[in-house]
Write a protein that binds this ligand. Structure first.
Ligand code: SF4
Length: 334
């Protein structure tokens, strides 16, 4: 068994959560359980990307609705959406959930006031001596400092403060990669925008100590991955997250038949697009930048652990606004 040649932040986090789940997901590349929440997240990201591709003056809620309508038409054609096999009578509810996330985005910030340097930006390089790669949701310019801000949207609810630091791991890795690739400006901030039921912003100033700590985590986790792949020993780490693990029914910690899964479990097809090596962050010098097109590889599916397919909207997640919002979001038959 071999550690993948390039790692993503989610791969590192997966190993730290449970080495066996990481093996099944990132080494064996077994199929994951389709996740509605991950699917809604993909949709909301596509709306945000489309809106940030417009001139700042056009980044309005009405344009967002138009972008959502267009994106939904494409979204329902996607295999990952179709794998969910959502009954038609649940689709309006799901549209509401997705649209509420877009509305919350507008409550957290004015997209028209953001100086966008790139969206869905492919970044790669070394962190802690390990080849890493990933996709930055949005790279902004902080007008106050002139530095870059790495912004990631999260469509779940904002975690309690005690969990916020570990969730930031991915944006810290991206801060490293952006700093190495785009040295014209320093990276001054990383931030998460939580667009779920409990919306909010988590932002941190970038410091050399924080970057060094991230590099250490990457390097030490990589060493543990090498060791596990060399010995074939992958620990199971039971936690509350097992409830969302795609492989729980085959996990030995829960009496599952791991060997049968390894022998017969379907593998994922790699649908990543080739990287466009010409993709670059546009530097501004006072001019509103164009958005870098989304030509990077797509993330390799949903995270190994994630929320289950929901059966109904979460409490407090009832739609607000007029029914026309839902009707405008997508054709009812969607
Ligand atoms: S069910 Fe839990 S312990 Fe088993 S592989 Fe998944 S995350 Fe690991």
């Amino acid at each position: 068994m071999q550690v993948p040649l390039q790692l993503s932040p989610s791969s590192i986090s997966s190993f730290r959560t449970c080495p066996l789940a990481w093996r099944l997901d990132y080494v064996e590349r077994l199929e994951r359980t389709p996740s509605l929440d991950a699917n809604i997240g993909t949709f909301v990201h596509s709306v945000a990307e489309a809106l940030c591709g417009l001139p700042a003056s056009r980044r309005t809620i009405d344009e967002a609705r138009a972008a959502a309508t267009a994106a939904w038409a494409d979204h329902v054609e996607d295999e990952e959406w179709q794998a969910l096999q959502i009954p038609a009578d649940r689709i309006p509810q799901i549209k509401w959930r997705a649209w509420r996330a877009v509305q919350r985005w507008f409550r957290l910030e004015d997209p028209g006031a953001v100086t966008v340097a790139g969206c869905e930006l492919w970044v790669h390089g070394e962190v802690g001596g390990v080849a890493m790669r990933g996709i930055v949701d949005r790279l902004d310019v902080d007008e106050a400092t002139g530095g870059f801000v790495v912004t990631d949207y999260k469509t779940g609810k904002m975690p309690m403060s005690s969990y916020q630091e570990e969730r930031l791991f991915g944006v810290w890795v991206y801060a490293h990669l952006v700093a190495d690739e785009h040295r014209a400006r320093p990276v001054t901030k990383v931030r998460h925008l939580y667009l779920g039921e409990r919306p909010g912003e988590v932002v941190r100033d970038v410091t050399p100590d924080a970057l060094a700590a991230t590099a250490e985590v990457v390097a030490s986790t990589h060493q543990e991955m090498l060791q596990a792949c060399a010995t074939g020993e992958f620990e199971t780490r039971e936690s509350v997250l097992c409830g969302w693990c795609s492989f729980k029914s085959s996990c030995p910690a829960f009496g599952g038949d791991l060997l049968a899964l390894l022998a017969t479990g379907p593998r994922r097809v790699d649908r990543r697009k080739p990287v466009d090596e010409n993709q670059q962050v546009l530097d501004m010098d006072g001019v509103r930048p164009a958005v870098v097109p989304a030509v990077a590889p797509q993330p390799v599916g949903a995270p190994v652990v994630g929320p289950p397919v929901v059966a109904s909207p979460a409490a407090g997640e009832q739609p607000t606004g007029s029914p026309a919002d839902v009707l405008a979001l997508a054709p009812a038959a969607g």
